[in-house]
Ligand binder design. Structure first.
Ligand SMILES: C[S@@+](CC[C@H](N)C(=O)[O-])C[C@H]1O[C@@H](n2cnc3c(N)ncnc32)[C@H](O)[C@@H]1O
Length: 226
């Protein structure tokens, strides 16, 4: 999936993934991480998600990364924030108060960009990517995230033969294959999403699950500790 795919989606305002509300799983399960207040949270492929604001409001500074300048500009403008902007390396950094967004390609991140992060929140990020890119995505996270980082991952599961992604179906087996070598994984919640969201039934799905995982990166396997 090329960057142009996402640039075009933002240009055409085809952003059905964007939620007007704070993600209910984030609100419900974030405290289970027991992340100390003030610890920074990484939000990969952040779009213009209101979840960034929620995390900051709860006392967690955030670092998002997002490819689309339209998304980044809209996030700050729509929330009445006046960011400082400057170029640093390959990313244009946008910052207002506790919210930092790196405008650029996730796959260009280096560990120095996330060195101050202790948490990660992934909603509609892993599942935005096709299979081969998901593997690259997980490897990239392995190489840039600090040891001990913990986070929430929200995925969807459905019959991929019925519908093309994105969002892509990502099974629990795949989540474990991608992350278990480096993280401890705990399934926190499974929701029957079809029951509450009829638009998926209209697109031909007969079942749809949303799953919430807690990920904790094991200290001893960290490649870039210290
Ligand atoms: C499905 S959306 C989810 C956005 C956000 N997580 C949310 O919950 O609203 C995926 C986002 O990832 C961005 N994106 C896709 N590939 C990217 C990449 N390689 N680097 C940074 N952002 C990327 C897209 O522009 C899009 O805004």
């Amino acid at each position: 999936m090329k960057p142009s795919f996402w640039h075009e989606r933002w240009e055409r305002v085809e952003i059905g993934f964007h939620q007007q509300q704070i993600n209910a799983h984030l609100e419900q399960f974030w405290t289970q991480l027991q992340l100390p207040l003030g610890q920074r949270v990484f939000v990969p492929l952040c779009g213009k998600s209101h979840d960034l604001l929620w995390l900051a409001g709860e006392g967690y500074p955030v670092t998002g990364v997002e490819l689309s300048p339209i998304a980044v500009e809209a996030f700050f403008a729509e929330n009445g924030l006046s960011p400082r902007r400057w170029q640093e390396g390959v990313f244009e950094r946008w910052e207002a108060d506790e919210i930092r967004i790196l405008l650029g390609d996730f796959f260009s991140l280096e560990s120095c960009d996330l060195v101050d992060c202790a948490g990660i929140y992934d909603r509609a990020s892993l599942i935005a990517l096709p299979p081969a890119m998901r593997e690259r995505y997980a490897h990239k996270l392995d190489s840039v995230l600090p040891a001990g980082i913990q986070g929430l991952l929200v995925t969807m599961e459905y019959d991929q033969t019925v519908l093309d992604g994105p969002p892509f179906a990502v099974s629990e087996a795949e989540v474990r294959a991608l992350y278990e070598p480096v993280h401890t994984i705990e399934l926190l919640y499974t929701r029957d999403a079809l029951a509450e969201e009829s638009r998926w039934r209209e697109r031909g799905l007969t079942w749809l699950l949303e799953k919430v995982y807690r990920l904790t990166r094991r200290q001893e396997t960290a490649q870039n500790a210290g």
